[in-house]
Ligand binder design. Structure first.
Ligand code: NAP
Length: 248
């Protein structure tokens, strides 16, 4: 049995990394997949064909999640193209690391805009649709850094902690309408984002992981599939760490 058969999912930032893994997992499990990309146009366009190979409907949209108007137009376009939206995964995100003393206002603003304002944009726009349907699952990809903090990532940690507060508030507001909202907090996952880190930092992180390996996009996608599917219909307002025990 496919776990999200015939559901319609929208995933932001799926041209690479975790978002791409989630899109493929959902398609494999029978969902029709709408997704966004921004700068990686070729990778975004190629993903459509990869997803269609699973026999589902797929469409990519070039859309900046941090732009309120673009996000509203995106939700409208997906609802029109697919007829409904059952699952929203707010995955698009960036890092602009620096020690606080050296952090520029621009580095702060960019990270808050792309990681935090983006989820306000898409979630507010989708709320009416999901309330009307009286069902929906919203999943926000936060980070364990939003729970425990990290030196050199004050902007990123603040944005990811903000996502957790947002998740809980949305769950409280929309629960009575059958709409669930949860967060996933990945630990150290091998993607382009973490590929930028220097070897010593990576070694240090790996030592602190009880399962003694970095996570994969597939590890996060599996948790996402659970929260998107009807296996989790009594779970809302929660943050699920996918970190190999790093947070323990
Ligand atoms: P990644 O490989 O750098 O991919 C980031 C994705 O976000 C790309 O598809 C990118 O699209 C998209 N994106 C960036 N800015 C965007 C914007 N303004 N509008 C729309 N899309 C945008 O990163 P990743 O490691 O997969 O991370 C995905 C999410 O997981 C992020 O929210 C990140 O904070 C979170 N996370 C990652 C880790 C980790 O260890 N990797 C750990 C915890 C949490 P384009 O390239 O097309 O612009």
């Amino acid at each position: 049995m496919q776990l999200v058969h015939d559901k319609v999912a929208l995933i932001t930032g799926a041209s690479k990394g975790i978002g791409r893994g989630i899109a493929k997992k959902f398609a494999q499990e029978g969902a029709h997949v709408a997704f966004t990309y921004l700068s990686s146009v070729e990778q975004g366009e190629a993903l459509v064909h990869e997803l269609e190979a699973f026999g589902i409907k797929a469409k990519g949209y070039r859309s900046d999640a941090s732009d309120t108007q673009q996000a509203e137009e995106l939700i409208h376009a997906v609802a029109t193209d697919f007829g409904k939206i059952d699952i929203l995964v707010n995955n698009a995100g960036i890092t602009k690391d620096n020690l606080l003393l050296r952090m520029t206002e621009e580095q702060w603003d960019d990270v808050m805009r792309i990681n935090l304002k983006s989820i306000f944009n898409t979630t507010r726009a989708i709320t009416k649709i999901m309330m009307k349907q009286r069902s929906g699952s919203i999943i926000n990809i936060t980070s364990i850094v939003g729970i425990k903090g990290n030196a050199g990532q004050a902007n990123y940690a603040a944005s990811k902690a903000g996502m957790i507060g947002f998740t809980k508030s949305v769950a409280l507001e929309l629960g009575s309408r059958g709409v669930r909202c949860n967060a996933i907090a990945p630990g150290f996952i091998e993607t382009e984002m973490t590929g930028k880190l220097n070897e010593e930092v990576v070694k240090g992180w790996l030592q602190t992981i009880p399962l003694k390996r970095a996570g994969t996009a597939d590890d996060v996608a599996n948790a996402c599939l659970f929260l998107a599917s009807d296996l989790s219909t009594y779970i809302t307002g929660q943050t699920l760490p996918v970190c190999g025990g790093m947070l323990t």
